[in-house]
Design a protein around this ligand. Structure first.
Ligand SMILES: Cc1cc2nc3c(=O)[nH]c(=O)nc-3n(C[C@H](O)[C@H](O)[C@H](O)COP(=O)(O)OP(=O)(O)OC[C@H]3O[C@@H](n4cnc5c(N)ncnc54)[C@H](O)[C@@H]3O)c2cc1C
Length: 433
């Protein structure tokens, strides 16, 4: 593998927008709602509260956008995966169906926010191709396509191996599935658009103010931060993969995980077009999923996954991702890597995102690696719940937020156990067909 001469261990997206806070808003003495975490979830919560006439302050330990929201693959689909969870029991069938249709609403909501706020973020509604990792997985995709069409209106169809080249410049898979209702965007510019929308509404976003304690104060809360205290009527926790010891009740329900991404140097236009002839985004049916797409200008390959279960640096992970990328695209051998980076997502024990209220705290947490639309949606739903919107309903706010007696929030031992088990199952699936 080759690193380009200007190689940076730095999110490629930050070349267009780097989280920074030139003017620090003071932490106010009091606020109606304190939202902790300035990613998509936190900003979407504050925006919807503002639309509903409720004042809110967003507080972040870092520069707003420092978290996963400016680092992702930027791939979005109007579908939701209900998997058999590894540890905890999953949702019942009826609720699972409603979660899927709520996820489709999340996709529509995301597009509406982008349009209503005039956010320039490379939104390409060009569909996704999910490659079948084995012949058996291709057969399973028939049922998946039927289900996502029925519940999500996903406009999905199965692609046999002989038609695969229409979708992807690769013979790596055994066919796959196209999801028409899917898109990709520039995650950092989408974040910037949300932040600008907050600014326009006069919502205070307080940077570099780490919340260090949360205490009950009458019917509200005292929120202590590294830049002073605020008294809030309600508190929303939107810290996802960065959730820490201030909220141990959430920390032990979340398993932080770091996916990694590499970006190539700009490719010759013909080569780039041949990798993704319809400008689709890509993932596959592997349990340890790979996700990839062209950059918004169609010039670079952006390729993400995770190979090791120990946290290593993006530069150490880059050659391993490069191997996965060139397994799929041998024509990219010799192409140099310009950027590599990582960020934290949060897995949950039932592998579903959750919103709701626990110990009096509102929350939108647990994106399970897929949060561009979902965390925008859950933040919006939490705001509606706080405002008491009459027909508020959200299937992700039902059934409780599972924990486990053997897990207290220290994922160091858990991830290798889960990761190696999952890797073995992937290997067996491919071998056995
Ligand atoms: C490498 C990578 C690839 C991804 N690819 C995709 C993809 O292709 N498609 C997709 O849909 N999703 C993807 N995701 C997931 C998606 O990015 C996340 O689900 C989403 O951004 C989460 O948003 P959030 O607002 O919940 O959290 P974040 O954006 O992570 O924000 C959490 C914030 O909480 C703050 N915080 C934590 N503790 C405190 C505290 N004590 N006080 C104050 N602030 C605090 C942090 O500083 C951080 O800014 C990816 C994520 C990563 C990392």
């Amino acid at each position: 593998m080759i690193f380009a001469s200007g190689y940076r261990e730095y999110p490629f997206w930050w070349e267009a927008f780097e989280p920074a806070s030139p003017d620090l808003a003071d932490v106010p003495r009091d606020t109606r709602v304190a939202v902790i975490g300035a990613g998509y979830a936190g900003l979407a919560t504050a925006l919807e509260l503002s639309r509903l006439g409720i004042e809110a302050t967003v507080i972040d330990a870092n520069d707003p956008g420092f978290g996963a929201s400016t680092r992702s693959g930027g791939m979005v689909a109007g579908t939701h995966a209900i998997k058999k969870p590894l540890i905890s029991s999953g949702p019942d069938a009826e609720r699972a169906d409603r979660m899927m249709s709520d996820a489709a609403d999340g996709f529509d909501l995301l597009q509406r926010v982008i349009e209503d706020e005039g956010i320039e973020c490379g939104w390409h509604r060009t569909g996704r191709f999910t490659g079948a990792w084995s012949k058996a997985h291709l057969r399973d995709l028939e049922a998946t396509a039927e289900r996502v069409n029925r519940l999500c209106g996903a406009n999905a169809h199965v692609v046999p191996p002989e038609r695969q080249r229409d979708e992807i410049g690769s013979d790596f898979y055994f066919g796959g599935m196209v999801t028409g209702e899917a898109a990709h965007l520039h995650p950092a510019l989408y974040f910037k658009g949300l932040r600008d929308a907050c600014k326009r509404r006069g919502i205070a976003v307080c940077a570099r103010a780490e919340v260090t304690s949360l205490k009950r104060n009458g019917s509200g809360w005292s929120v202590a931060t590294s830049r002073g205290e605020t008294i809030a009527g309600d508190v929303v926790i939107a810290t996802n993969g960065y959730t820490g010891d201030v909220t141990p009740q959430f920390k032990r329900r979340l398993i932080p995980l770091r996916p990694y991404i590499i970006a190539t140097e700009p490719l010759p236009a013909d080569l780039a077009r041949s990798l993704s002839p319809k400008n689709r985004s890509f993932s596959d049916t592997k349990r340890i999923v790979t996700f990839y797409r062209l950059s918004c200008d169609g010039r670079r390959m952006i390729f993400g996954s995770r190979v090791k279960w120990r946290d290593i640096t993006p530069t150490e992970m880059a050659p391993l991702l490069y191997r996965l990328m060139t397994d799929r695209y041998p024509q990219l051998k010799g192409t140099a890597i310009s950027h590599a980076w990582t960020g934290n997502v949060a897995l949950t024990l039932d592998e579903q995102p959750h919103a709701g209220q626990l110990d009096g705290l509102h929350y939108a947490l647990g994106c399970n690696g897929s949060g561009v639309a979902m965390m925008t949606y859950l933040g919006t739903q939490v705001a509606r719940k706080i405002a008491g919107v009459a027909n508020y309903a959200c299937a992700f706010d039902e059934g409780g937020f599972p924990d486990h007696a053997l897990y207290s929030g220290n994922a160091r031992w858990l991830l290798p156990v889960i990761g190696n088990g999952v890797r073995l199952r992937d290997w067996l699936d491919r071998k056995l067909g």
